[in-house]
Design a protein around this ligand. Structure first.
Ligand SMILES: [Zn+2]
Length: 263
């Protein structure tokens, strides 16, 4: 619907009562929202993931490619708002991160990595990020995820990407800010420069692994940060995140048994 038509509808209804136009505007916004069905699909998934503990208050984000050159991404701060994401909070961008539609928030901070993955692997349509506690334990000591279960073996190597010293980089930038060219959907240059460095590290591990995506999703953890999985669709990316978390948990418990047996 053209904005001219929307204005005409609003104008023709404005006589009703003072609050009617506001209600009407809200309803119109919902009805003309791009990729409405996909937004509701994403929100349903978020609710399930929170219930299963795969998304928590510490962080995380989801990006899905819904059409060629069109991506939906969860907004920044979703975790801290306890994952209460509304359809209008979800952003629509192109594959360069240019905003097509957004509500009051920018995209989740890790979005530059997702954009890089979408551009690098055209077969990939979903990037899932979580601060799952078990994979985070491995990320905290920069160890790759061990293949402790059959379920995780199919994913191939799950490396731990070395992360730059985030605090140091942020402080340095904030003391001496400079112009940073970054995707329109992200808004903090001091955070963007950190993820830009991580992208180089990502390429070091994933160059030449695109063929694997046809058969299964891929995963990695980032030092002291969290887990990322990416796949042909969101279901696969989520399933892989669950597999990685289970493998990390299993190895941790197995280590405890070994520790007990060695005494
Ligand atoms: Zn994160």
């Amino acid at each position: 619907m053209e904005s001219r038509e929307i204005n005409e509808i609003i104008q023709s209804n404005i006589f009703l009562t003072a609050k009617w136009p506001i209600i009407l505007i809200n309803q119109l916004h919902i009805s003309i929202m791009l990729y409405k069905k996909e937004r509701f699909y994403l929100i349903k998934k978020i609710e399930k993931l929170v219930g299963m503990g795969l998304l928590n208050i510490e962080g995380g984000g989801i990006s899905i490619r819904v059409a060629p050159n069109r991506i939906l991404v969860t907004p920044t701060g979703s975790a801290f708002r306890l994952w209460e994401v509304k359809p209008g909070d979800i952003l629509v961008t192109d594959e360069r991160g240019k905003i097509i539609e957004r509500g009051k928030y920018f995209a989740v901070a890790e979005f530059p990595i997702a954009l890089h993955i979408f551009n690098k692997f055209k077969i990939c349509n979903s990037v899932f990020h979580t601060h799952g506690p078990f994979s985070l334990a491995y990320a905290s000591i920069r160890r790759k995820i061990p293949k402790s279960t059959h379920h995780v073996e199919v994913l191939g190597e799950i490396p731990c990407l070395r992360s730059p010293n985030e605090t140091k980089i942020k402080d340095k930038y904030l003391k001496n800010p400079y112009k940073v060219s970054m995707p329109e959907a992200v808004h903090r240059p001091e955070v963007y420069i950190i993820f830009k460095r991580l992208i180089k590290e990502f390429d070091r591990y994933f160059n030449g692994r695109g063929e694997e995506l046809k058969k299964h999703g891929l995963a990695f953890i980032v030092e002291k940060h969290g887990l990322f999985t990416f796949a042909k669709n969101l279901e696969e990316a989520i399933e892989n995140a669950a597999r990685v978390e289970a493998a990390a948990r299993t190895q941790l418990f197995a280590n405890l048994i070994n520790l007990k047996n060695s005494k």
